[in-house]
Design a protein around this ligand. Structure first.
Ligand SMILES: *Cc1c(COP(=O)(O)O)cnc(C)c1O
Length: 386
């Protein structure tokens, strides 16, 4: 195969290219940051309220409560719901550690379950199997940018009187269509949605940031209070809270970037479409399966390699061409020492265990052009299509 050569010598392919994205909105972002500095409104400045209102409008949700990061968002959500030590919270074993970490940190019991091998999101049948009288909440993770099966999850939650905390860290902007035709943004369907503005997320700031969403007025008050030292009136502390704020500079950056979020999602989908076509004939690769009821935010473009392909060797081969690739995630959470538990049997996690050995994510961001995509996909095909 005739593999096209790399662009210029100075150009490096990256998993995420935040610099090129910044340069296109530099004037506006620089002015927004400078404005915060000029006014020295570093904490709780006007940009925080403005971004919050803009995001509420974009999501079509009543309340957005900004906080310091996505992990805090999940923790504060569980605190606001008054979950108690020993309460069981069901989530997927195939996720980023933060999801289970906050459950354990609050002395709740993380109950890890299997995923659907096509969508990589939590399997509703596995949730039902894991429910006990102690179960209080389900945390579906919209992994890689696609919504979990929310119709099924909400039905299970309703039947068993459970809270649903959506982990939207990878799927901001994705849209879910319920069986009744109603369209909702990811994170606005369950009791609370929790997201992250970590720089490499689809809506990333230039530091740390996060937010919680809810349509419940009372819950919104509690989330706000918990994020602010358990304080609803100044110097009155009826409950123990935390200190978790989105700072004004980050909010100012996010306010500018939110205007571009749909355009960024379109750019990511164009990349995914290119890859899909390039790998369509490659029998050693399974391309991402698009869920019927969710749009895809393509936080990651993740392939499942045929078992005959040595993933490490593929990574090494790509590295010789200066093409980065990453594995999200190499180990199921129930195999991690901190989260292992005799109640988790590998026989209940055959997809999760298998996929951890076979998934690989390719460069995915808003600034990839066809020439680069051609170079990446031709090299992936050259190594795997043997
Ligand atoms: C990034 C991420 C988080 C945590 O967000 P931070 O802002 O880094 O704390 C939680 N869950 C998932 C699935 C994530 O990808």
């Amino acid at each position: 195969m005739n593999v096209s050569t790399k662009k210029s010598d100075s150009y490096r392919i990256q998993m995420v290219d935040l610099k090129s994205q910044y340069l296109k909105i530099k004037t506006e972002v620089d002015a927004a940051i400078q404005n915060v500095i000029n006014n020295t409104t570093f904490i709780n400045g006007p940009s925080v309220k403005e971004f919050q209102a803009d995001l509420e409008k974009y999501l079509g949700v009543k309340h957005v409560i900004p906080c310091a990061n996505g992990t805090d968002a999940l923790q504060i959500a569980m605190m606001a719901l008054n979950l108690q030590p020993g309460d069981e919270v069901i989530t997927a074993s195939f996720t980023y550690v933060a999801t289970a970490e906050v459950i354990a940190l609050l002395k709740l019991e993380p109950v890890l379950v299997e995923i659907n091998p096509d969508t990589f999101t939590i399997d509703p049948a596995a949730i039902e199997k894991a429910i006990t009288p102690k179960t209080k909440a389900i945390v579906p993770v919209h992994l890689y940018g696609q919504c979990a099966d929310m119709d099924a999850i909400m039905a299970i939650a309703k039947k068993n009187n459970l809270y649903v905390i959506e982990d939207v860290a990878q799927a901001i902007g994705a849209e879910y269509t319920s069986a009744d035709g109603k369209k909702s943004k990811a994170g606005t369907i369950g009791t609370i949605g929790c997201t992250s503005f970590f720089p490499s997320k689809n809506l990333g700031c230039y530091g740390d940031g996060g937010a919680m969403y809810t349509n419940d007025d009372e819950l919104a008050k509690r989330l706000k209070m918990m994020a602010n030292h358990g304080q609803s009136v100044q110097y009155v502390h009826d409950e123990i809270g935390v200190n978790s704020r989105l700072d004004s500079i980050q909010a100012a950056v996010l306010k500018v970037k939110l205007k571009h979020l749909d355009e960024y999602a379109a750019a990511r989908n164009k990349v995914a479409d290119y890859y899909d076509k390039a790998f369509a004939a490659n029998k050693k690769i399974k391309i991402p399966v698009r869920a019927k009821n969710s749009t895809h935010a393509f936080h990651q473009y993740t392939l499942v390699l045929h078992e005959s392909i040595d993933r490490n060797k593929l990574k090494e081969f790509l590295a010789t061409k200066e093409i980065p690739a990453m594995v999200y995630y190499p180990k199921p959470l129930h195999h991690q020492k901190a989260y292992s538990n005799s109640r988790f049997k590998d026989s209940d996690f055959s997809f999760t265990v298998d996929l951890c050995k076979r998934v690989i994510s390719l460069p995915m961001h808003t600034e990839l052009d066809n020439e680069t995509l051609k170079f990446i996909s031709e090299n992936v095909n050259e190594f795997t299509n043997i």
